[in-house]
Design a protein around this ligand. Structure first.
Ligand code: FES
Length: 183
C-alpha cells in the first residue's frame, strides 16, 4: 500500500514539480492511517500494473508487430507508444507517463550502433538512467523504468521483455494512484 506525499526534486531540475507522489508505507501505518482492511489490501495488490513502452518504429515496434503475427502472447497491460527513434523520448515524456498513471515505463530501441539517427538510443539510455535517479529521489523504485534494445526480427524478445517488465512491476507493486488520474 502507498500513501501520498509531495516533494520537489532536490536538484531543482523542474521536471517533477507537478508530481503528486506515492510511497510505500509500512503495513502497520496503512492500517492506522487509512484503516485499510486486509481484503482491501489484497484487492489492491491483485490489480494488474499498467506499463507504457516507448518503441522505436524501426526495431521494437516492428518486433511487437512480429510478436503479434507469430501469435506470441505478451501482457495486454503493456501500452505501446510508437516513436520515430528512442532519441525523441525525453525525460519529461517518461515522467508524464508516470504522472498519467503508469506503474512502469520502458524504452525499447535499436541495438547499439544500429540507430537510424546514430546516437538516439544512446541518448535514450542516458535519459532512462537519469529518470531512475529521479525515481530514487522520490522514494520510488528505479527499476520501474528501463531501457531495452530489440531488433525488428526479435518478436520473441519483445514478448519476453513485456512479460519480464510486467513481472518486475508486479513485484515492486502498483503505484495505485493511476485510477484517480483516469477519466
Ligand atoms: Fe531506433 Fe534510433 S532509430 S533507436
Amino acid at each position: 500500500m502507498y500513501f501520498l506525499y509531495v516533494q520537489d526534486c532536490k536538484q531543482g531540475c523542474g521536471h517533477v514539480k507537478k508530481f503528486v507522489r506515492l510511497r510505500r508505507a509500512p503495513f502497520s501505518w496503512t492500517g492506522l492511517v487509512f484503516g485499510i482492511s486486509d481484503e482491501m489490501e489484497e484487492a489492491y495488490r491483485s490489480e494488474e500494473p499498467e506499463i507504457v513502452a516507448f518503441c522505436c518504429m524501426y526495431c521494437a515496434y516492428a518486433a511487437a508487430d512480429m510478436a503479434g503475427s507469430m501469435r506470441l502472447n505478451y501482457p495486454s497491460n503493456v501500452k505501446i507508444i510508437l516513436v520515430p527513434c528512442t532519441g525523441r523520448v525525453e525525460v519529461d515524456h517518461i515522467l508524464e507517463a508516470f504522472d498519467k498513471g503508469a506503474d512502469g515505463v520502458y524504452v525499447a530501441g535499436c541495438e547499439e550502433g544500429s540507430c537510424h539517427f546514430e546516437r538516439g538510443n544512446i541518448r535514450a539510455k542516458r535519459r532512462v538512467e537519469y529518470v531512475k535517479k529521479i525515481l530514487e529521489e522520490l522514494g520510488l523504485e528505479p527499476e520501474r523504468v528501463e531501457m531495452f534494445h530489440i531488433s525488428a526480427s526479435q518478436g520473441h524478445l519483445f514478448a519476453k521483455v513485456a512479460g519480464e517488465m510486467t513481472e518486475r512491476i508486479r513485484k515492486v507493486g502498483i503505484l495505485g494512484w493511476n485510477k484517480s488520474h483516469k477519466g
